[in-house]
Design a protein around this ligand. Structure first.
Ligand SMILES: Nc1ncnc2c1ncn2[C@@H]1O[C@H](COP(=O)(O)OP(=O)(O)OP(=O)(O)O)[C@@H](O)[C@H]1O
Ligand SMILES: [Mg+2]
Ligand SMILES: [Zn+2]
Length: 415
């Protein structure tokens, strides 16, 4: 087989007669023959099968060689680059793993004798890295006693060339609220006064967060942390937060965002991909209130079960569990926070005021108010039922139940 290529000779001039035999003999030795057709004013190049193969193989060799050289150059350029972040340089020493969330691992670390939480968020894309940095930026921006305190943020390079964003923040020794609610560490159950105190404080904190133009978008009990001896609760995990929102966007005319959050705590407008704003966080907080009243995690709704039905049965169960003085007010508040229509949902300052009023109505002596007392002491709240004591008996069972808990599915970006 011979490949033939005809190239038009635009000059019209043929090859110089004296050069022709020399050029043909050199090329012909590698299977290429050139001939000039003066009549048709074209130069014909004929390649033998061997010459075509030779060209093909030499092309491949050049490509492979180029890639190999590129790899060697890249490796040489990066071989000496070792990560010298605060983690690799042992600024923080690992104590233990606190758990693995949807986007990375949280570690308990120590620096200069002080405990911190180090959250390592692996980032495979630039967008993932930006979202992780946004979490750090939100924590840094908010600076509020009701929000987990920001300490540090840096990038850590993996051996395989990937990287993670590492956020260092305050360690809340009491763990997360869902574990505290379920007395996972064998604590006494939360009392009515503690629940009212936590609720009022969370409403005020969330109001402040919204005031900073930030939507949390993943409000749930496992993202709320308790400080030592139940002194206070702090909002954390801004991994899905959205920032830079105006007051109008947060309240008046909310805009359409991605559908994200955790299914169990998702407001109807988020679930149905309608525009949503600050009140969708209020809905999440309403679910947290239900869990505090239930003293357990909300169950997934059964198929075809209406939201209202699920709320009603949760509140009935809570009512049967305790004879708390403010149960009726708290049920009413839960309904207002969990209204299907975001426009009818209660405003956060009004919700905080209701919780404050209920706490004041308990008329606890000052030394028993949750703000001032270390809560390892079991509060003797007037009206608390015997189920509080009974609950402390089955701590082991609850701890087992806690280990089995199945949190709702988490959606980062569904659209
Ligand atoms: N500041 C903190 N203080 C104490 N414990 C913390 C703190 N931050 C996170 N944790 C704990 O670390 C663990 C992992 O937290 P992380 O937020 O990564 O995951 P998660 O909340 O379990 O899941 P998700 O990804 O759905 O939020 C959890 O058990 C959480 O209680
Ligand atoms: Mg979390
Ligand atoms: Zn590093």
């Amino acid at each position: 087989m011979r490949a033939r290529l005809a190239i038009s000779d635009s000059t019209g001039a043929g090859p110089v007669a004296s050069e022709r035999p020399k050029r043909e003999s050199t090329l012909e030795s590698i299977g290429i023959s050139l001939s000039h057709d003066a009549n048709r004013r074209t130069v014909n190049i004929e390649l033998t099968e061997a010459a075509v193969l030779l060209f093909y193989l030499s092309g491949c060799a050049v490509l492979i060689g180029g890639l190999a050289v590129g790899c060697v150059v890249w490796q040489r350029a990066h071989a000496g680059e070792k990560c010298s972040c605060h983690w690799c340089s042992n600024t923080y020493r690992k104590r233990r793993s606190l758990g693995r969330g949807g986007f990375g691992e949280a570690l308990l670390v120590v620096r200069c004798g002080r405990p911190y939480v180090l959250k390592n968020i692996g980032c495979s894309t630039v967008n993932a890295a930006n979202q992780a940095l946004l979490e750090a930026a939100c924590l840094q921006r908010i600076q509020h006693p009701g929000v987990v305190r920001f300490e540090d943020v840096f990038l850590h390079r993996h051996d395989n060339g990937g990287c993670s964003v590492v956020i260092v923040m305050e360690f809340c020794a009491g763990g997360d609220l869902i574990d505290r609610i379920q007395c996972a560490r064998g604590e006494m159950p939360l009392t009515e006064a503690q629940i009212l105190h936590f609720l009022a404080s969370l409403c005020r904190t969330l109001g402040h967060v919204h005031g900073c133009g930030i939507l949390h978008r993943d409000l749930k009990s496992s993202n709320i942390f308790i400080t030592r001896n139940d002194r206070s609760c702090k909002l954390g995990d801004f991994g899905l937060a959205c920032s830079g929102l105006s007051r109008r966007r947060l309240t008046g005319s909310p805009r359409r965002h991605s559908r994200c959050g955790t299914d169990l705590y998702m407001s109807p407008e988020v679930e149905n991909r309608r525009p949503y704003g600050a009140s969708s966080d209020t809905y999440g907080l309403g679910c947290v209130l239900l869990e505090m009243l239930l003293q357990g995690q909300l169950r997934e709704r059964r198929r075809f079960e209406e939201r209202k039905e699920a709320i009603r049965s949760a509140l009935d169960l809570a009512r049967r569990k305790h004879g708390w003085q403010s149960m009726e007010e708290l049920s009413g508040l839960a309904w207002k926070m969990l209204d299907d229509n975001p426009k009818n949902r209660i405003e956060l300052p009004a919700a905080a005021a209701t919780a404050d009023a209920c706490l004041a109505a308990l008329q606890l002596p000052t030394h028993l108010l949750p703000v001032d007392v270390a809560a390892s002491v079991a509060y003797t709240v007037s009206g608390s039922s015997s189920s509080d004591n009974a609950a402390s008996v089955g701590r082991q069972d609850r701890a087992a139940q806690w280990r089995l808990r199945v949190p709702g599915r988490k959606t980062r970006y569904a659209d």
